[in-house]
Ligand binder design. Sequence first.
Ligand SMILES: Nc1nc2c(ncn2[C@@H]2O[C@H](COP(=O)(O)OP(=O)(O)OP(=O)(O)O)[C@@H](O)[C@H]2O)c(=O)[nH]1
Ligand SMILES: [Mg+2]
Length: 289
Amino acid sequence: MREIMSFIHWYPGHIAKAQRQLKEKLSLVDVIIEVIDARIPYSSSYKSTAQLCQNKPRLILMNKTDVSDENYNKIWARTISSLSGCEVATTNLNDINSINTIITKVVNLSEPVMKKREEKGLLKRPTRVMVIGMPNVGKSSVINRLVKRAKAKTGAKAGVTREQQWVRINDKIELLDTPGIIPTVQDDQYQALKLACVSSIGDNAYDCEYVAAKLIEILKKYYSETLISYYGFSKDEEINLSTIALKKNWIIKDNMPDVKRASQIILSTFRDGKMGKFTLERIDEYELI
Ligand SMILES: Nc1nc2c(ncn2[C@@H]2O[C@H](COP(=O)(O)OP(=O)(O)OP(=O)(O)O)[C@@H](O)[C@H]2O)c(=O)[nH]1
Ligand SMILES: [Mg+2]
């Protein structure tokens, strides 16, 4: 996968600074919620989070299960849990049950932390929680949903806290109102490609046609029947950006396929789940078991 190097660019200076800033913020909290993308559970989880979080209790949310393949959600959740030693919850933030699950699990994680504080004779206060994760995984949505639920439950004004940036979720929990962005530093460019597929990498950092072409390869490998029927191909026809463009009649001058348009539409139909529910990675790809 070396060839991707020239398509997805990193800025090591920015990454080091972002990591430093995140570490400072993390030192303020007791429990961490890490959000990852259920379509790419491995690539969207940061391999050094435990170290970054100073081994504080962490709840991992495998989010966007409404657009990932349900056949792989459970097995990935179990695998991520055993790799990280953390509790993992599968979530769809449009579902209120997911929000209730998050609250229950955070309260459970906070109990030993509060007990420890008490044993040390520290002042009693709610558990401080922060949401972290790579770009576009749903961090702000988690915060917004938790805050909205708190408002609905208590009828209280949002954001009544001792310090401006903490929002009281219930009598046990307060949440930092801004998330921590884990910089998407990836030495594995195949993982970077998948992050680009789910928009976790800004589109100025990669070539749209290249990423769309690679996405089609992955979908051909794992979901060929869905791809064939979605675009109306027959079994023996070649599927690539050009043939999809021709099939959909996306044409530029001289009857040439509009590959650029095809790339953009393919990426967006994948991202919003219109083509189907897909999970782009399998556990055996990474020899995780
Ligand atoms: N389908 C689906 N979309 C979701 C879910 N959660 C969040 N999203 C969408 O994903 C996109 C990104 O969500 P945000 O909450 O802005 O993500 P973020 O991690 O704060 O993103 P950055 O601030 O860019 O790092 C938005 O369009 C959300 O509506 C989910 O469970 N399912
Ligand atoms: Mg955000």
